[in-house]
Each structure stands twice: as C-alpha cells, then as structure tokens.
Design a protein around this ligand. Structure first.
Ligand code: PTJ
Length: 270
C-alpha cells in the first residue's frame, strides 16, 4: 500500500476536522510528488490560520470580488492564470475548467525551482485535460526585469504580454512588479494584510479551494447571458471596484467573526 493511502485512510470521516486534514494531505502528497515545494507546507499553514478567522466559508464580500475578477478576465485580451505548486496540488481540475471557460492561459511560474517540479506540475495539469501550458518551454522564456526572484522568468507568450494576471498564494514582490508593467493583477489570498493583497487590483480574500470552482460558476453564468449590455455592466463592475474598500471589509469580517466567538464565550470556558 502506498504511503499516501495509509495516511489518508488514517483520517476517520467523523473526525471534526476531517476535511481540513484531507486538504493538508493533498499538500503533503503534492510535496512527495515534487508539485509542492517544502515552503508550500508553511504557506498552507498560514492559509489555514487565516481561513479559520473568516469561519472557513466564502462571504459575500469575496463573491463581489470574484464577480469583478471574472468580469476583468472575460473582458481581457490576454488573461493568464499563474500556477504555482500549492494551487496545482489543491485544485488542478478547477484550474483547467477556469482556463477553458474564460480562455485564460495556464502558466507555470515557480518561486522555488527544484529540478523535476515543472514536469510534475505539468503532469498534474495535463492529467486534468490542460493543453498548451505556458512556462514550460525554455525557448519562450523571458524575464520581468524588476524582479530578482525566480518568478522573474516568464513566458514570452503568456505573462509577459498578458493584460490580466491571476495569482494565488503569492509573494508581494511579483505583484508589485506586474503592476509596474501595467498589468491588472487579481490575487487570491486569505491574508488581507499581505503585500500581495495590498498591491493587487482585485484581491479575493478566500480559500483558493473554494474560489476557483466559484469563479468557474460565475464565468459560466456571465457567459450564458453575454450581450452588449452585460459587457458594459462587466466593464463598470471592474472600473468601480475599490480594492481598499474590499480589504477593509475583509478585515471587518474577521473582527466581527472574532467578536461573535468572544460573545459566545468560547474563549472563557474556565
Ligand atoms: O510553488 P512555488 O515554488 O511557486 O512556491 C509557492 C509558495 C506558496 C511556497 C510561495 O509563493 C510562498 O512562499 O508564498 P507565501 O509568501 O507563504 O504566501 C502565501 C500566501 O497565501 C499567504 O498570505 C497565505 O495566507 C495565503 N494562502 C495560503 N493558503 C491559501 C492561501 N490563500 C488562499 N487559499 C489558500 N489555500
């Protein structure tokens, strides 16, 4: 029996945190397959903590941000979904679906370039039907000059020429560099205080595991009713979106949730 199976079988379904533990093992298995980097485990733990603070569910504020984000992607000329190890391990199927429905390309872009990782992530995406993945052909590689990390290496047919870039679980440096290259950046980050969250044009403060399938649903809906009037409304939604307001609401949601828990007395049992 494989090591992976033994671990997941050890999680009883009636365990109060069974779902969260199963997700954790997607990341651990991803690390064993080279999809996820070691630091990805730490990043996931940070995400778990922030998810706890929003009650581990999608709120209306995040939905508003997702609707503006999907509108921006559908309006864009060359949108790109940037894929790192964690997101490839957590939701490869939904990433492929989002790419197909919106026409956004998938580009692998890694902070930690361990040999074999690009191939492992390519396989994870191709297993779910991905085609024409960018970021894997050395002949198409170019750079974003402002950046010094590995994330500076981008695809000349993808992020380099993209007008809209979707990033998840990112570091702030690249978001800042993408913005300085006049790209519209959509970030998915559970931490509303992170530099990525603060720099992006639209930040979806929610778990990428819930966000990507919800964005697929929103895209399907918008495309079903696509006409000139809706296009105008979509443009308006993007134009009027204030990320500052969005982030302060996200912080208020956390504060209110904690206040509610405080009132319930769960912190003062003794
Ligand atoms: O695969 P690589 O080499 O490109 O490396 C990817 C990681 C994630 C290791 C790298 O980008 C990294 O170190 O990220 P950070 O700086 O730890 O930032 C991760 C951010 O994502 C933090 O703000 C977390 O709160 C947030 N986060 C973690 N898990 C989730 C999340 N946001 C949304 N959904 C999650 N599941």
């Amino acid at each position: 029996m494989s090591d992976k199976k033994i671990i997941t079988e050890n999680i009883p379904n009636d365990h109060p945190r069974a779902e969260s533990l199963k997700v954790r093992h997607k990341i651990i298995d991803g690390m064993k397959d080279l999809v996820v980097t070691e630091a990805g485990l730490i990043a996931h733990g940070r995400g778990e903590a922030f998810d706890y603070l929003i009650g581990e569910k999608t709120n209306e504020n995040a939905i508003i941000a997702m609707k503006a984000a999907v509108s921006a992607i559908l309006i864009a000329k060359s949108p790109v979904i940037s894929v790192n190890g964690n997101v490839a391990a957590l939701c490869p199927k939904d990433l492929v679906k989002l790419s197909v429905i919106t026409g956004a390309s998938l580009e692998i872009n890694l902070f930690y370039k361990k040999p074999g990782r690009i191939e492992a992530i390519t396989k994870a995406l191709e297993n779910e039907g991905a085609k024409n993945i960018l970021g894997i052909d050395p002949n198409q590689q170019t750079t974003i000059e402002e950046l010094t990390s590995n994330r500076r290496n981008v695809d000349s047919q993808g992020i380099k020429i993209a007008d809209v870039v979707i990033v998840s679980l990112e570091d702030g440096d690249r978001t800042e560099a993408l913005i300085s290259e006049n790209k519209f950046v959509i970030a998915i980050d559970l931490n509303p205080l992170s530099r990525t969250a603060q720099y992006a044009n639209i930040t979806i403060v929610d778990n990428v595991l819930r966000v990507i399938p919800k964005m697929v649903e929103i895209a399907e809906d918008l495309k079903r009713n696509f006409n000139a009037d809706n296009l105008k409304q979509m443009e308006e939604k993007v134009k009027s979106f204030s990320n500052k307001r969005n982030l302060s609401r996200s912080i208020e949601i956390i504060l209110k949730y904690l206040q509610k828990l405080g009132k319930l007395g769960i912190f003062n049992k003794n």
